[in-house]
Design a protein around this ligand. Structure first.
Ligand SMILES: [Zn+2]
Length: 132
């Protein structure tokens, strides 16, 4: 699902682009040293902040169904990290990622190793194991 941008924001976009160009021209001609220091400190602070936010507020699994909106999503297969089904309305999506649901419900190592084992010799590419 893709959200449409608001019409007011779409109308303001050319003005924002012009302001960005004007700011770039002003930076080139005035060469403010404080801006350089600000940009450098922002470049250093953003990754550190991202790590801190990700560590303190980890992602939660989205259990709201895209069809009916109820918190009833579950994994289709308990041994896989993809495929979602809704208990309330019967919605199914076999290709949707269920990684976060699987991560919340238990250890992922067994699932990942089992999926690797299942997918080994399939595919059109020749592998050294195949003879002939
Ligand atoms: Zn549903």
């Amino acid at each position: 699902m893709q959200r449409e941008p608001s019409p007011a924001l779409a109308w303001c976009a050319p003005a924002f682009f012009l302001l960005a160009v004007a700011a770039g021209v002003a930076i080139v001609f005035r060469r403010p040293l404080s801006l350089f220091a600000g940009v450098l400190s922002a470049l250093a602070a953003v990754p550190v902040g991202w790590v801190i936010v990700s560590a303190l507020w980890p992602a939660k699994a989205e259990r709201r169904c895209p069809a009916c909106g109820k918190d009833a999503l579950q994994r289709l297969d308990q041994r896989a990290t993809h495929g979602l089904a809704c208990r309330a309305c019967g919605f199914r999506d076999e290709s949707a990622s269920a990684w976060l649901l699987a991560e919340e419900e238990g250890p992922l190592e067994e699932i990942v190793l089992a999926e690797r084992g299942r997918k080994l010799p399939t595919g059109p590419v020749d592998s050294p194991r195949q003879t002939g």
